[in-house]
Design a protein around this ligand. Structure first.
Ligand code: 5GP
Ligand code: MG
Length: 176
């Protein structure tokens, strides 16, 4: 058990299991992207550790960039627009793989995928470390997902609780 700020967390997914599941999706990505020189786009902050481990299991030439997705009150009907911070590379004609830590409602990815297509990407796929299928609110095609989990709040391996806890090598679940 660990304590972060005011909450306690139990061990949920070990570093060995995480490594096995990332190896499994890396094998699929290796099979699908050989010779395509894709552009991986990691989402900050949460995906920084997943991205670092994933790319070291890829055996083809690729580029990796990072972006931070921020929400602000925009002019569209939903009242919320996701802005891509720091993505300065030209993605026209590129095969893009988004590297995301965790998909909850799917809102973030459902904004990001069309934005990248609008910027001229030839293809856009998602590689997610984790997904909570029970929480998904929008239809989302996640081609590569390492692990599916129930509707619980987790930390560690890049994921935070109020910006703390990203450094744990294993994944922990909040204690009720
Ligand atoms: P979505 O837009 O899919 O609802 O939310 C995705 C984002 O919510 C993730 O990138 C992550 O930042 C955050 N998130 C969702 N579930 C969890 C969780 O269990 N733990 C942590 N630390 N962040 C989460
Ligand atoms: Mg994220």
């Amino acid at each position: 058990m660990i304590q972060i700020l005011d909450k306690q967390f139990d061990l949920f997914i070990t570093r060995e299991q995480i490594d096995r599941d990332i190896t499994a999706i890396a094998e699929k990505i290796n099979a699908d992207y050989a010779e395509r020189k894709p552009l991986l786009i990691g989402t900050l902050n949460g995906a920084f550790i997943f991205a670092a481990d994933l790319v070291r299991k890829l055996n083809f030439e690729h580029e990796i960039q990072f972006t931070k997705i921020s929400s602000y009150d925009g002019m569209d009907t939903t009242g919320e627009v996701k802005e891509l911070i720091g993505l300065t590379v030209d993605i026209t004609g590129r095969d893009v793989i988004i590297v995301e830590d965790i998909i909850d409602t799917g809102t973030t990815m459902s904004h990001l995928v069309p934005q990248l297509k609008a910027k001229g990407a030839r293809s856009v796929e998602i590689a997610a470390l984790l997904m909570k299928p029970g929480k998904l609110k929008v239809p989302l095609d996640v081609k590569y997902c390492a692990m599916e989990i129930p509707n619980e709040f987790i930390v560690g391996y890049g994921l935070d609780y109020d910006n703390y806890g990203r450094n744990y090598a294993d994944i922990y679940v909040v204690k009720e």
